[in-house]
Design a protein around this ligand. Structure first.
Ligand code: NAP
Length: 554
């Protein structure tokens, strides 16, 4: 069996059963599953210098997960679950990287991963039913299956600020932070962007910099993370009950083991009870506030407003200067319709003497100049600028990879009006191309490691099914894709989720077609649909150019 490291040298053509792109949570598990459990020859390409994916690149100070680590981790190996000790409730980026390195070592994954190697094209050859994959290191390999573990938030948004190149100081991006420590001592630092990344990095830089200027375009509804050291007693409890915890998590839309307390409607609750409920979830931290209080917050605008108003009050209580507090209060979109950040000391950071908030809605950013940032009001002189401006989410990583399917059709052309998939897993006209946590699957609104495991298991079962029947290709029918797209849109339109301008809808990227890119029917229901389709002989899919057995029989 060829090995990615030993036999595929630059310029060579290697043949594999599967090429996996990415060595983050998704790619690592896909390699383990396809190689070690299915016995396929697998080659993995990873643009980063090590395993980790998003946790390799986003190494800015303050980066940490915001789903509890005992949930935000693999469940496929109980041995792994039992041996790994999380030191904090929400692990920081270095600890998550250590965990993924441990996984790579434990399952001997590195030998089949080519690091520092970016896939620049993937072309389907119809006559041979193979994918040919080329990299920026001059590799050219062929494989029957192409599995994309490219992540949902891995293609940084390149902001179109005039004059960005003219800045004479240091420019940093949270999404590609330097490997060596950055020292902001005595510096005047500007941070542009107040999404989850900005909200994590701002309190950290404020502690070091001489002066920090935060450039905010849209304020966010941030609720407390509630981080702390992992309680050894709780860690013991988790390990003893991991099976049940994971089973409960898989039955929950967010992929976490809570929901017994969720009440149907915030509007039906007595106002005092509702305030007590919000207060309790606020104190508990994590996604409890959004997900563990009332189930109509993302469906009913008035229900949502009860939560939004509570958060606005909390912001006002934390920020001493009333003018700054009002600038930090969001009021143009419902709570949760932009991905809500979880914060540690974010709002209180604006009480520091060395921190200034610039409201870009009232004083727009005009350009970057040699000495700093120019707004309609003044020039802010800076030594360093940190861009926390987000990602070309969901579709960006796939579209940047140069994917071409049948008849040379590019994925970009196929998705020119927004992503079109069946189950968020496959695209018609792109046989044997599997996307892990692709657009129109629950992905980013579920717990990513579990979403990844669900998809990799489905993909692996599908490949096993094909091989047992000597079927060479699978792809969704155009009808099944049309149905899935319309089903996904129908569910999204029944919620408030499209009401904000966000990366969920593609609005954060100028010119990107507007489409809600996440399946909102909930992971348990979604998993059942995926399982039913597989059990019905891949209903809605075309096998070797013909409708699946299930469809032929009906
Ligand atoms: P983001 O949520 O898209 O935030 C980007 C920020 O940059 C927004 O405040 C945006 O303002 C601002 N911005 C973008 N372009 C701008 C421009 N031209 N001028 C001025 N401001 C501009 O990106 P992110 O913070 O990197 O987070 C992306 C996602 O990654 C999160 O939603 C989350 O899913 C994930 N993430 C998770 C964690 C975690 O805790 N686990 C941490 C970081 C990231 P507007 O809102 O006005 O567009």
């Amino acid at each position: 069996m060829p090995s990615a490291n030993s036999e595929v040298l630059a310029g060579d053509v290697g043949d594999f059963d599967a090429v996996v792109v990415g060595a983050g949570f998704a790619g690592l598990y896909a390699l383990h599953k396809l190689r070690d459990q299915l016995g396929l020859s697998v080659c993995v390409y990873e643009a980063g210098g090590e395993v980790g994916g998003t946790w390799y690149w986003n190494r800015y100070p303050g980066a940490r997960c915001d789903i509890e680590s005992y949930c935000y981790s693999y469940s496929f190996s109980d041995e792994l679950q039992q041996e790994w000790e999380w030191s904090e409730r929400f692990a920081g980026q270095p600890e998550i990287r250590r965990y993924l390195n441990h996984v790579a070592d434990k399952f001997d994954l590195r030998r089949d991963i080519q690091f520092d190697t970016r896939v620049i094209s993937a072309t389907y050859h119809e006559e041979r039913s193979v994918w040919e994959v080329c990299t920026d290191q001059d590799h050219r390999v062929r494989a029957q299956f192409l599995v994309c573990g490219t992540g949902n938030l891995s293609a940084p948004k390149v902001p179109d600020f005039h004059g960005l190149d003219s800045f004479a100081g240091q420019l940093y991006c949270t999404s590609s932070w330097p490997h060596q420590e950055v020292d902001f001592t005595d510096q005047r630092v500007g941070v542009i962007g107040t999404g989850s990344s900005g909200i994590q990095v701002i309190p950290e830089i404020a502690q070091q910099a001489a002066q920090l200027t935060v450039f905010q375009r849209t304020p966010n509804y941030a609720t407390p993370l509630g981080n702390g050291a992992m309680d050894p007693e709780f860690q013991r409890y988790i390990k003893q009950n991991y099976g049940t915890i994971r089973a409960r998590s898989r039955m929950n839309n967010t992929g976490v083991p809570y929901d017994e307390r969720v009440q149907p409607s915030a509007l039906d609750a007595d106002p005092d009870d509702r305030r007590r409920t919000y207060e309790a979830r606020w104190t508990e931290g994590g996604f409890r506030f959004l997900k563990d209080a009332y189930s109509d917050l993302l469906i009913d605008k008035d229900a949502n407003e009860t939560a939004a108003a509570f958060i606005r009050d909390k912001i006002r209580q934390q920020v001493q200067d009333p003018k700054v507090a009002e600038q930090l209060v969001p009021d143009t979109y419902p709570y949760g319709t932009k991905r809500p950040p979880l914060e540690t000391n974010y709002y209180r950071t604006f009480n520091r003497d060395n921190v200034t908030l610039v409201d870009l809605r009232s004083t727009p950013l005009l350009r970057i100049v040699e000495s700093g940032v120019e707004t309609s009001e003044t020039v802010y002189e800076l030594d360093s600028i940190v861009l926390a401006t987000g990602f070309d989410a969901m579709t960006g990583p796939l579209l940047r990879m140069g994917v071409r399917g049948r008849s040379g059709l590019s994925l970009g052309r196929c998705w020119e009006n927004g992503p079109r998939t069946n189950l968020g897993l496959m695209v018609d006209g792109f046989p044997n191309l599997f996307v892990i946590t692709g657009p129109q699957s629950p992905s980013v609104l579920y717990n990513m490691p579990l979403a990844i495991e669900d998809h990799v298991d489905w993909i692996s079962d599908c490949i096993r099914y094909l091989r047992e029947r000597s079927v060479k290709t699978i792809e969704p029918s155009a009808e099944s894709v049309a149905e899935w797209v319309s089903h996904t849109n129908e569910i999204a339109n029944a919620t408030l989720m499209s009401m904000a301008h966000s990366w969920y809808t593609g609005d954060n990227i100028p010119g990107k077609p507007r489409a809600f890119m996440v399946y909102l029917g909930g992971a348990p229901r979604y998993r059942q649909i995926c399982d039913d389709i597989a059990a019905a002989g891949y209903r809605g899919f075309i096998l070797d150019g013909a409708a699946s057995a299930a469809e032929r029989d009906t």
